[in-house]
Design a protein around this ligand. Sequence first.
Ligand SMILES: NC(=O)c1ccc[n+]([C@@H]2O[C@H](COP(=O)([O-])OP(=O)(O)OC[C@H]3O[C@@H](n4cnc5c(N)ncnc54)[C@H](O)[C@@H]3O)[C@@H](O)[C@H]2O)c1
Length: 395
Amino acid sequence: MQITKLAVIGAGTMGSSIVMALIMSGLKVVLKDTDSQVLEKGLNNIDQFLQKKIDKGLDPLKAQSMKKLIIPATDYSEFADVDIVIEAVSEAINVKKRVFEELDEWCNLDTILTTNTSSLSITQIGSFTRRPDKVIGLHFFNPAHIMKLVEVIPSMETSNDTIQAIIQLANLINKVSVKVEECPSFLVNRLLTRYMNEALWCLQGKVAKIDEIDKAAIDMAMPLGPLALRDMNGADIGIQVANYNFKEYGSRFEFPQLLNNMVNNNYLGKKTGKGFYLYSENNPKPVSVNNEIYQLIDQSLPTQHSNVPVDIRLFLPMINEAFLVIQEKICRIDAIDLALKTGLGMRIGPLELAEKIGLANCLKYLEELYNLFGERFRPAFYLRKLVYARKTTVL
Ligand SMILES: NC(=O)c1ccc[n+]([C@@H]2O[C@H](COP(=O)([O-])OP(=O)(O)OC[C@H]3O[C@@H](n4cnc5c(N)ncnc54)[C@H](O)[C@@H]3O)[C@@H](O)[C@H]2O)c1
């Protein structure tokens, strides 16, 4: 497919960084938002991204020509000849519905319509158009011009040609693309949520302290601890994601009341200066642990000690979810570690981690924790089969 002109709808956090990713590869892009004021904000974001590149050695003239590839818009007059649209408007089904109905009216019948939604159904979004075969999920990670991964999520109706065209676009902008079957939260955020929840349970269950949990995760695999990451993203956003997954997947995605208590007390993280850590202005790093968090722990609940080391326990729910994903054929087995490494910056993926711990040990630990704490640790049957077959590797 010839890809010469794209459009991004929504000039917010994601829209502006997606546009940056596109112009870095020399692609012409229409950027549309509801009014010129928000549009201007998005364009200013892009100026800042470009300035950072100039500071790192990009020729200012090249930066200027990249900026010229953007066609700012507050209406659809530039959309007729667009090859691919990337929708990045607010995460509300009614907003997406209106936008896709409008896109269906204004775009050429061949135009592919993609959505960057994190949680809404791609099949449902496709149903708002007369071209569900040309609607597909294209899920970027924040910031889109830096993070290498995109998840490509076909709906029940998406055609093969559409999938191929979007993989072609991903290659064109130097992204690693992983095809993921439609399921709540797709691949990376589904696995991430299980691990983020377990970090809260370790705290609630007095298994480890705030800094011990983050250190264990960093030493094992992560660029940043789960509690520091939650502070960065905001507990208010975190609770929406946690609630959504609990509603979709049920009790294995249960999370402690502690998160609600944090939101109710305005301990949202960096944005309010207080979360699991305390923050000061102009300092990107936390100043110290916020000991007030320990007072939000429900003292009526029992401790959750076990013989499983805390670093392994933190990752077991994510590892187990990876085996469930294999069972459900959500993606190619070899795509799981690749996606988690490129999407989250993990040094070692969940399946490699499982092999390092030992598949039989993973099962033994999961069974022990399942007997103590229930659903969160019910071992995936696929893992059981690997152990019965005396396999030591997953692939
Ligand atoms: N923020 C993240 O980390 C992240 C990561 C991956 C995916 N996403 C998804 O990307 C999408 C956008 O998220 P965001 O964080 O950039 O949101 P945001 O609130 O920063 O930006 C949304 C933008 O959409 C604009 N908008 C709303 N209705 C519109 C309409 N009808 N036409 C044109 N523009 C409209 C708003 O004015 C705003 O500028 C959501 O679906 C979200 O779930 C977000």
